[in-house]
Write a protein that binds this ligand. Sequence first.
Ligand SMILES: Nc1ncnc2c1ncn2[C@@H]1O[C@H](COP(=O)(O)OP(=O)(O)OP(=O)(O)O)[C@@H](O)[C@H]1O
Ligand SMILES: [Mg+2]
Length: 240
Amino acid sequence: MSERDVLLALRNVDVFIGESHILQGVSFDVRNGGITGLLGRNGVGKTTTLRGILGLAPRTGSVTLAGEELTRLSVHEVVQRGVGYVPEDRDVFAGLTVAENLRLAERKGSELRYDLIYELFPELKQRAAQKAGTLSGGQQQMVSLSRALLNADNRILLVDEPTKGLAPLVVRNVTEALRRAAEVATILLVEQNLSVAHALVRDVIVLDQGRVTFTGDVDELMNDPALARRHLGLAAAVGH
Ligand SMILES: Nc1ncnc2c1ncn2[C@@H]1O[C@H](COP(=O)(O)OP(=O)(O)OP(=O)(O)O)[C@@H](O)[C@H]1O
Ligand SMILES: [Mg+2]
């Protein structure tokens, strides 16, 4: 991919947590637009990679967004540059209402996409006054995604396992929302459900034990069972 197609670039990123060398020289590019998949078995460093991009995990090496170096900025400053985060644990404020959760995500000066959010998730409008802690897991995921989608100046969304633990119907709803979200922002998606990943992503990065082991086209990986099994384990062989 040519340099001007690249929105986010990692070069030789290392993360140490305590004595553990969690990310070991991770380098990859995320293309501007669409959804790039960050895949790999459990515990290989996917979440740590997203946390490293944001600066939530201390890292060395280089992370650039549209050519601007992020590694010297605070987490707050990285977010201000237009990096949205939808963490694995969903991270909604349980004691606050849906509307309050969304309002807290509003960034000053950014155009707000309430129309898009309520179009994608009409349920959230109906449940605006409900405490987020009393929502189902799927509805909480919708709030979490909406918080990242709300600010129109977010250029990239880092989305960590959004379909984990959700019922099939809700998985479909979230999948469709991600597809629509990718029309307005670039998404780096961690997804363990390989059929969801296959349906959504174009470029794939596979991590194994803190290193990148594959980068390329999703079809190249998924349509070659032996290759998929080698990189993703048994789940890939029986996934679909
Ligand atoms: N705060 C921490 N303290 C100690 N070890 C950590 C910490 N965070 C992550 N690790 C370790 O780093 C490795 C990578 O973890 P990470 O959460 O990034 O993996 P993952 O690919 O997201 O896994 P999963 O698919 O289970 O979500 C694991 O071995 C994990 O135990
Ligand atoms: Mg994880």
